[in-house]
Design a protein around this ligand. Structure first.
Ligand code: GTP
Length: 600
């Protein structure tokens, strides 16, 4: 296939607007998968993704398609839809020349539609808007088309109307992609040059690199070099995703395909790296800014004896997800564990679920936190990923020049009747409103700056409930800002528990201190002694609650009853204990750790 007969494209959409369904339809339409109905969402490979209906890791597939008498090789690069993964979206986009911007005709433009449009536009891609779900009785394609016209300046009469579910209009999708997307540039006669844009670990063949071939060609036996590290590798296999790994004899300019070489670990595969052939160096392509972890949490085994097996599971999982950062951490309360960094809270949730389901791990996770910075008067800056490490700024006030926290610029879209409560929501979360504009008569787009710490907790849930599900939200990091931060500590029977510490804005100390103590009282079970819960900031006690001691023997009521009932009760208690950790004498459930950051 010469480049003129190749199209590299992706589909970008707000979550649930039908991207995976359309991808499946296209793969069926070109015979890559059969229409058995069992193939639902083949691109969403991982179990968690299927369960949650979200695409986490970008997967790609090649299709062959005849258009106006010519055969085309169509490479669909899948992109994740959720905000946490916008980094993966942009790296996938770098391998394409065009993208379908899919919009649900009933819901219209949502926050991720806007964010994804700008990502694609910024990459210089041809954006092909399409309206999906036109089969729905609630679909308002004209209105959605108007929104696209006013938000992105794309003429509304040029927009395809389709239903990925019923197949209506789907036959026009690939012709539109072929006609609107420019073919990849490059030449087969130039030295080999390829962009590594995705990588994963395959149990059978090891590290698999997905590359976009920008110039030249490559085959088995060739020796390639990483521009990033200078390491040389021998190519063992090349091929295309069809939709599984399908070996081919050659990969050449314009194509997107996989390469297996003697790479030992995924850590060697740097997304954004340029590869060239040994002794034929080329100018490297502009790489990607690596993903930054913005949400950190401690992970500890419930049973210290499981440390080694858990360590192995975490290693394996991070092989497949290089955007998780891992550092060993020791907590006085919880023992040895890890501090893991994630792109966002969904990313963290998906990771935890995979750890528990795929590796049967029994872990305790501490409350998520964002990274903080402390600037000292001598000019040094300290990065803090663990709240317990945050210094007592009151005692150290002569040495601390300022404390800083990360901010995001957020885009929120919603029907105008929620304007009042959306503005209020942003303000109560320490947000700074920039502006709001109308994208049609009744829909508002609000731009604001928010501290990232506010959105890692329950901002998203509140946004959804206050707008009855109608508001959508997306954000991008906007750097650190000075903020008056303090560490809140939790004391149980007078002992500070490091794993329960939190960093917060000074203005929140009193309310949060009381709330935390109250919530801990609710989740800590009564034990054989009184438990005194105190919260303290800068050495001052903010609140105090007591969990009264338990007097009754729980099995007492079973005396005389039959033994099976007693066993059942004991078992149920054991079950309940599963996610418990003893801190000194006090048993703390998992909920205790997560109750630190939620707001009442
Ligand atoms: P993420 O991968 O999570 O971003 O979602 P997605 O954009 O891939 O959406 P998905 O394909 O999973 O579709 C979401 C829901 O919309 C599913 O229940 C689909 O069955 C449904 N859906 C998709 N396309 C259509 C359509 O054309 N009409 C109707 N009525 N429903 C559709």
């Amino acid at each position: 296939y010469p480049p003129e007969r190749i199209r590299n494209f992706s589909i970008i959409a707000h979550i649930d607007h039908g991207k995976s369904t359309l991808a499946d339809r296209l793969l069926e339409h070109t015979g890559v998968i059969t229409k058995s109905g069992k193939n639902k969402q083949v691109l969403d490979k991982l179990k968690v993704e299927r369960e949650r209906g979200i695409t986490v890791k970008a997967q790609s597939a090649s299709m062959f398609y005849e258009h106006k008498g010519d055969q085309y090789l169509m490479n669909l690069i899948d992109t994740p839809g959720h905000v946490d993964f916008s980094y993966e979206v942009s790296r996938s986009l770098a391998a394409c020349q065009g993208t379908i911007l899919l919009v649900d005709a009933a819901q219209g433009i949502q926050a991720q539609t806007v964010a994804n449009f700008y990502l694609a536009f910024g990459e210089g891609l041809e954006v092909i808007p399409m309206l999906n779900k036109v089969d729905l009785p609630t679909a308002e394609p004209e209105r959605a088309a108007q929104q696209i016209e006013s938000a992105f300046e794309i003429e509304s009469d040029k927009i395809l109307h389709i239903s990925a579910k019923t197949g209506l209009g789907v036959d026009q999708v690939l012709p539109a992609v072929i006609e609107k997307t420019p073919p990849p540039l490059g030449s087969v006669d130039k030295p080999f040059k390829a962009l590594l844009f995705d990588t994963w670990y395959d149990t059978y063949v090891g590290v698999v690199c997905l590359m976009a071939i920008k110039d030249g060609s490559i085959k088995r036996g060739d020796r390639i070099v990483s521009s990033h590290s200078g390491t040389k590798y021998e190519v063992a296999e090349v091929g295309i995703m069809h939709p599984e790994q399908t070996p081919t004899t050659l990969l050449q300019v314009g194509q997107v395909g996989y390469i297996v070489c003697n790479m030992k670990s995924i850590a060697e595969a740097h997304v954004g790296d340029t590869f060239y052939k040994d002794r034929h160096p080329v100018e490297p392509l502009p790489g990607f800014v690596p993903a930054k972890s913005m949400v950190f949490a401690g992970v500890f085994p419930i049973d210290a004896g499981e440390f080694d097996s858990l360590n192995e599971s975490i290693q394996k999982l991070t092989l497949n997800d290089s955007s998780v950062s891992v550092h060993k951490e020791t907590s006085a309360a919880l023992g040895q564990g890890w501090r893991l960094g994630f792109l966002g809270t969904l990313h963290m949730d998906v990771f935890r679920q995979r750890l528990e389901e795929e590796y049967d791990a029994n872990v305790l996770i501490t409350s998520p936190t964002v990274p903080y910075q402390i600037k000292f008067t001598d000019g040094t800056i300290k990065f803090i990923q663990t709240p317990a490490d945050f210094p007592d700024t009151h005692t150290l006030q002569d040495f601390v020049e300022s404390t800083m926290e990360p901010y995001v610029s957020a885009t929120i879209l919603f029907p105008e009747k929620y304007l009042g409560c959306m503005l209020e929501l942003c303000t109560t979360h320490r947000g700074e409103i920039h502006n709001h504009t109308y994208i049609d008569e009744t829909r508002v787009m609000l731009k604001c700056e928010l501290p990232m710490a506010e959105i890692v907790t329950d901002f998203y849930d509140k946004l959804k409930s206050k707008s009855q599900g109608f508001a959508s939200f997306d954000y991008e990091e906007s750097g650190y800002k000075t903020s008056d931060l303090v560490k809140m500590e939790v004391l149980l029977n007078g002992e500070a528990v490091d794993a329960l510490a939190a960093v917060m804005h000074k203005s929140m100390v009193v309310t949060a201190g009381r709330d935390i103590a109250k919530r801990l009282k609710e989740v800590i079970r009564r034990q054989l002694f009184d438990i005194i819960i105190q919260t303290s900031a800068n050495g001052k006690i903010v609140a105090r609650e007591t969990v009264k001691q338990l007097r009754k023997n729980v099995t007492a009521k079973c005396y005389g009853g039959d033994i099976t009932r007693k066993m059942k009760l004991l078992n149920r208690q054991k079950e309940g204990k599963k996610r418990m950790k003893k801190i000194g004498k006090v048993e703390l459930p998992q909920e205790a750790f997560l109750s630190i950051m939620t707001k009442s």
